[in-house]
Ligand binder design. Structure first.
Ligand code: FAD
Ligand code: AMP
Length: 475
């Protein structure tokens, strides 16, 4: 049996499903094939992000933060509670129900936008055909004018620390623990390792994060990274930098972790070990011979700046192609491709992709770090604003961290904005918009920010660039 479409998308994660929806909005006949199955065997749209990534991690970060605040902060507000107890089963039920609502929502969005959602495996054949193997094993071939590959990524597994899903686990398993491990090891202090480490630390685990690289968050502005390190330490998260895990094995009901650092080899015993050493592009059984689609040396599908593969009318978007592995980056690529296919304008500004780490304080940035600007040789100026000087942050009992702006000396262009503090992920939106519009620092200086809001931190950091800060001492 063969069906014909204008566009077939393989993968319904945050890159694939927006591509399919925009194609539908562009009045193209579109199908989106996805094989994601949850641990109970049910199929669900939404990919890693909705089922095992962004959304469940944020649900647990929120719940665990509230638990910690109830224990440690409420009394400061004059709120006295009795014995505060953790009901992990209820917390996990909430997490699962949020995920379910969001993934079911995608099926509804597909329907509303005329997208045919198909649950099963998709394989690209030469000539822009897609062989679909459904959940029931039945095969059918879809013929498409255009195919968009959005097969995403999967956690990197290392032979020296064999995954068993119970003791040595990946990020997905670590979001679904049904008990709080007394001792939790995390390999990798990347975004995923830190967020998971923080969740379980707040819920009571003794957490040790082992990171091979000698500095924390090397991709972030180092003023922010240093501030983050201080706060994580205060929260009891033990982060060992320059500690490379060489092997780990489950022994009885625990895990023995062997790592090396400048002092030599060490052993760490934990109850569970989360391997969060990064993700790799996922293309298993995706491409038949002769499609013309090429992979690079790291397994990413090769594309140009508009996400075109070398094969005619075959595109690829999201984690399976170069660039940061972020849901919003994939979404913009998916939408761009669906618009280009429809003959409309489409472009992704890779220079203004924000990064957010949902720890407490939250960390967010866009553009270049001070270190990158310095290395580029361009003369620059910086402005800082500490949240300690923010009335709103004080009222929220969240007066920690800082906002920092890096601007060019010659034309005042904003080159990078870096925030560690309350709601940093929300605050960075203003900076992204400013940079998207090529705003200068003066543009932000002259923009009215409501008082008292956290957004004043961005305003004040912009003023501080020219030593005109009103609410903090100019340095
Ligand atoms: P995916 O989300 O991986 O989706 C790909 C889909 O394609 C999957 O459903 C897969 O089953 C399906 N598929 C693959 N091959 C086939 C095939 N042959 N046939 C049919 N279907 C197929 N990013 C953020 O921006 N913010 C965050 O806060 C954030 N938090 C994260 C937390 C965790 C714990 C993790 C693991 C990731 C997080 N990410 C976050 C990263 C984010 O999840 C990814 O960048 C995003 O999901 C990538 O989207 P994608 O559509 O490219 O791929
Ligand atoms: P990310 O790629 O941002 O998800 O982060 C993964 C982190 O894991 C990186 O900071 C790596 O340096 C770190 N990492 C990778 N392998 C090891 C290892 N064997 N031991 C400790 N850290 C590791």
């Amino acid at each position: 049996m063969s069906e014909t479409y204008d566009v077939v998308v393989i993968g319904a994660g945050p890159a694939g499903y927006p591509a399919a929806i925009r194609a539908g909005q562009n009045k193209l006949k579109v199908a989106c094939v996805d094989e994601w199955q949850n641990s109970d065997g049910t199929y669900a749209f939404g990919g890693t992000c909705l089922n095992a990534g962004c959304i469940p991690s944020k649900a647990l970060l929120e719940s665990s933060e509230l638990y910690q605040r109830a224990k440690e902060e409420f009394s400061v507000h004059g709120i006295k509670l009795g014995d505060i107890k953790l009901d992990l089963a209820a917390m996990q039920k909430r997490r699962a129900s949020i995920v379910k609502t969001m993934t079911v929502g995608i099926a509804a969005l597909f329907k509303a936008n005329g997208v045919v959602g198909i649950q099963g495996h998709g394989r690209l054949l030469p000539g822009n055909k897609v062989l679909v193997t459904g959940a029931d094993g039945v095969e059918k071939t879809l013929e498409a004018k255009h195919v968009i590959l959005a097969s995403g990524s999967t956690p990197i597994r290392l032979d020296a620390m064999p995954h068993d899903g119970k003791f040595i686990v990946d990020s997905w398993n670590a979001l679904e623990f049904d008990g709080v491990p007394a001792r939790l090891g995390v390999i990798g202090a990347g975004v995923i390792g830190l967020e998971l480490g923080i969740v379980w630390r707040r819920l009571g685990s003794e957490v040790t994060v082992l990171e091979a690289v000698p500095e924390l968050l090397p991709m972030a502005d180092q003023a922010i990274a240093k501030e983050a390190q201080r706060h994580f330490k205060k929260q009891g998260l033990e982060i060992k930098l320059g500690a490379k895990v060489v092997r780990a094995a489950a022994v009885g009901t625990a895990v023995e972790v062997i790592y090396t650092d400048a002092q030599g080899e060490h052993k760490l015993d934990v109850d569970k070990l989360v391997v969060a050493v990064g993700r790799r592009p996922y293309t298993q059984n995706l491409l038949a011979d002769g499609t013309g689609v090429l992979l690079d040396q790291h397994g990413f599908i090769q594309v140009d700046e508009h996400c075109r593969t070398p094969a005619a009318n075959v595109w690829a978007v999201g984690d399976v192609v170069r660039g940061p592995m972020l849901a919003h980056k994939g979404k913009e690529e998916g939408v761009m491709v669906a618009d280009l296919i429809a003959g409309r304008y489409g472009e992704v500004n890779y220079k203004t992709i924000p990064s957010v780490i949902y720890t407490q304080p939250e960390i967010a940035w866009v553009g270049q770090t001070e270190e990158q600007v310095k290395a580029s040789g361009r003369a620059y100026k910086t402005g800082f604003f500490p949240f300690a000087a923010s009335g709103r942050a004080r009222a929220m009992e969240a007066a920690q961290g800082l906002a920092k702006i890096v601007s060019a000396v010659d034309d005042d262009e904003i080159l990078g904005v870096h925030v560690i503090g309350p709601m940093a992920g929300e605050l960075i939106g203003e900076a992204v918009l400013a940079m998207e519009y090529s705003a200068s620092t003066e543009d932000i200086q002259r923009t009215i920010h409501a008082h008292p809001t956290l957004s004043e931190a961005i305003h004040e950091a912009a003023l501080a660039v020219d030593r005109k800060s009103i609410d903090a001492i100019n340095r």
